[in-house]
Design a protein around this ligand. Structure first.
Ligand SMILES: [Zn+2]
Ligand SMILES: [Zn+2]
Length: 131
């Protein structure tokens, strides 16, 4: 008698626990996921350029991130550009990336983006093209 009733109780508890855990899991999944995704967006504060702000493209400066002379460390920029005479000391970036001095330079990097993604990137802020 005892063993049967204990077994039944255990089964009911297990079943109830399983169902509760199951629904709890589903709820937290549905609620937690969008929150986890939206939080980094709001922290960055650039929700509209989020799809373009991949790790590959620097939307702010209109060049691929890995060669962005503004975003890379000063030491890297010096080694990669400054030491090769490719430097705009007025705007503190590679001369070949200085759209402030030469706005038409942006076309070259835009083409790199188009070649990779098949669409044009969002143009950097107009300040990037002003002297
Ligand atoms: Zn940059
Ligand atoms: Zn310049």
């Amino acid at each position: 008698m005892r063993s049967i009733s204990l077994g039944s109780i255990w089964l009911i508890m297990a079943a109830t626990g399983f169902i509760l855990a199951g629904t709890g899991c589903n709820k937290s999944d549905k609620k937690g996921d969008p929150q986890a995704r939206s939080n980094p967006k709001s922290e960055k504060g650039d929700g509209k350029t989020d799809t373009l702000h991949s790790s590959w493209w620097c939307a702010e400066h209109g060049v691929p991130e890995e060669i962005c002379s503004v975003c890379m460390s000063p030491a890297s920029a010096k080694k990669k550009y400054k030491d090769n005479g490719d430097w705009c000391s007025i705007h503190n970036r590679a001369q070949s990336q200085c759209f402030k001095c030469e706005p038409s330079l942006y076309k070259k990097y835009e083409d790199m983006y188009v070649a990779k993604y098949g669409k044009t990137p969002e143009r950097p802020p107009e300040e990037e093209f002003k002297k």
